[in-house]
Design a protein around this ligand. Sequence first.
Ligand SMILES: NC(=O)c1ccc[n+]([C@@H]2O[C@H](COP(=O)([O-])OP(=O)(O)OC[C@H]3O[C@@H](n4cnc5c(N)ncnc54)[C@H](O)[C@@H]3O)[C@@H](O)[C@H]2O)c1
Length: 338
Amino acid sequence: MLKFGVIGAGRLGKIHTMNLLRIPGVKVKVVADLRIEAIKGWADSLDIPEFVSDWHSVINDPEIDAVVITSPTVFHAKMITAAANAGKHVFVEKPLSHDLTSAKKVLNALERTNVKVQVAFNRRFDHNYKKIHDVVTSGQIGKPHFIRITARDPSLPNIEFVKKSGGIFFDFFIHEFDNIRFVTNSEVEEVYAGGNVRWEPEIKNAGDFDTAFAVLKMKCGTLCVIDSSRQAVYGYDQRMEVFGSKGQITSLNDRETNVELKNREAVMIDKPLYDFQHRYTDSFVEEMQDFVRCLSVGNKTPMVTPKDGYEAILIAEAATRSAKENRTIKVDELRGIS
Ligand SMILES: NC(=O)c1ccc[n+]([C@@H]2O[C@H](COP(=O)([O-])OP(=O)(O)OC[C@H]3O[C@@H](n4cnc5c(N)ncnc54)[C@H](O)[C@@H]3O)[C@@H](O)[C@H]2O)c1
């Protein structure tokens, strides 16, 4: 029996806890969250034996094999380091941290431990993106020349969340930065990014964008464009197209049904699945199952490593600097920062 502790029982903490509870041979022994009163009823309803406010008691529990870190990002670096130093395997939500210095410190600290750490870039486990990866990797569309990604949230985030999010490139684009590395199996050479505020002036006051783009040049030569908005009135818009020397592969939005209704006025089809909880349900299940397999099979390593988490942060930092300084940033120039 593998015993887990979960730190942070908000949106992602609840999703991962539910998915862990469905895996045979896994027990969630303890959940830690500062909001004891708000969470207790939920933890009790799942028969989770312990519920605590101080995350240290999860890490110091000798019976715990692995922790899931789903607290706000600002805590990730110190929680990963403490958990790994205590010999616990770690599954941590994206991103690793909000800055290069602490991300590098995490990598250095992990080198001195012997635990398995998976960063939760769940898109790698999504049926559409997995297929794109497999088709591109097998050479079916030849050499990838150009990638276009659209990533739009259905509704604006809470402004308090925006203030602590690390900015749109660290919080939102980071999934796409990882996805591009995954699909091309190449590193990013340079980034040009920019943004604006088209929806909510308070986002500007918080120093962030609600509408943004990033143009990436990969070391393998592939060019990429990502466009993004914190709100789309028709729902969660998640599309990707890879154009190559022998063809093209495209993933469209997933919908409740593929039924089309046609009449004199219009042709109608369901809107995209509304938000990440609905669109990526299966990928959250699969990424956790894969992590548990890593803990059960001695030599299996996590599909998304701390190094992958760090590379995505380098790209996010390059994008953030590019938007601020209005110039192209070479990712390798940031590698020395620690
Ligand atoms: N993979 C994805 O698609 C995805 C989507 C959204 C968020 N995330 C990531 O998941 C993480 C959590 O995001 P969320 O949306 O679930 O946030 P949330 O605010 O819903 O939940 C965070 C929880 O952590 C608790 N918490 C805060 N500080 C704590 C501490 N010191 N000790 C213990 N608990 C503490 C809060 O009380 C809250 O219940 C973030 O890093 C975010 O980037 C990932």
